[in-house]
Design a protein around this ligand. Structure first.
Ligand code: PGA
Length: 259
């Protein structure tokens, strides 16, 4: 089914060994298998992707990378291209704030998103204001500008595969999750900004998710929000029991919503 809500596990630079990665996958398989309401996608570091791919066979859990490069191949030491990923996994994240903080500009994010969408990857594009911008009342303006610039190469045809993640920088890894009302307002703005770029029908198809200190205790507050199509989870996705609980409760909220 197109456009199922998504619960995405961004493992970041974790875990350190292949054995730990395998244990983490095995710990969430059962929760993911026993439901069909939510797409569960995991994003291991590049090095673990092929090993995890084998473990995921038959589980229904989808697989993605945390970043990609826009050129398909060539003299780019250290890079992994969207074209390469497309042969191995279904998903990619681009424009995460931890990469933007290391110098990745909107222009770079737009090239990565363009290449990922062209390679037919489901693509999560992250946007979000930082603490200073939040305190200065610039949250709306910042995310609107980031969506506009980051989607410079996206079109209406990409809408089924495009996921926009509202990830306020001040909420990531801090335990300070955004107030659901603030998240809702920002997510609406993000959808509106996407709609302006790719048109009303496509704008409705795009999934908009929340990320930033989401855990088992607060995930329902977000997935219950109107037009929230899931969550991007960092820290809590590294604890198999907690992430399993989150899969179950998210699936529960979405199955209640369609009844
Ligand atoms: P967090 O990370 O859940 O640890 O805050 C979210 C993210 O960075 O995607």
């Amino acid at each position: 089914m197109a456009n199922k809500p998504v619960l995405a596990a961004n493992w970041k630079l974790n875990p350190t060994t292949a054995g730990e990665a395998a244990a983490l996958v095995q710990g969430i398989v059962e929760a993911a298998r026993n439901q069909d309401r939510v797409t569960v996608a995991i994003f291991p570091p590049f090095l673990w992707i092929l090993g995890v791919l084998e473990l995921l066979e038959g589980t229904g859990i989808e697989l993605g990378a945390q970043d990609c490069f826009w050129e398909p191949s060539g003299p780019y030491t250290g890079e992994v291209s969207a074209a390469m990923l497309a042969g191995v996994c279904q998903w990619v994240i681009v424009g995460h704030s931890e990469r933007r903080a290391m110098g990745e500009t909107d222009e770079v994010v737009a090239r990565k998103a363009g290449a990922a969408l062209a390679a037919k990857l489901s693509t999560i594009v992250c946007v979000g204001e930082n603490q200073e911008q939040h305190d200065a009342g610039q949250a709306a303006q910042v995310v609107t500008a980031q969506v506009g610039a980051s989607l410079a190469q996206a079109s209406a045809d990409d809408s089924e595969r495009l996921v926009l993640a509202y990830e306020p920088v001040w909420a990531i890894g801090t335990g300070k999750n955004a107030d659901p009302e603030h998240a809702y307002k920002q997510m609406r703005l993000i959808r509106d900004a996407a709609t302006k770029l790719i048109g009303p029908k496509a704008g409705q198809n795009v999934r908009v998710v929340y990320g930033g200190s989401v855990n088992a205790a607060n995930v329902e507050q977000y997935v219950e929000l109107p037009q929230c199509d899931g969550c991007l989870v960092g820290g809590a996705s590294l604890k198999a029991d907690e992430f399993s609980t989150m899969i179950r409760s998210t699936a529960g909220v979405y199955s209640a919503a369609v009844q």
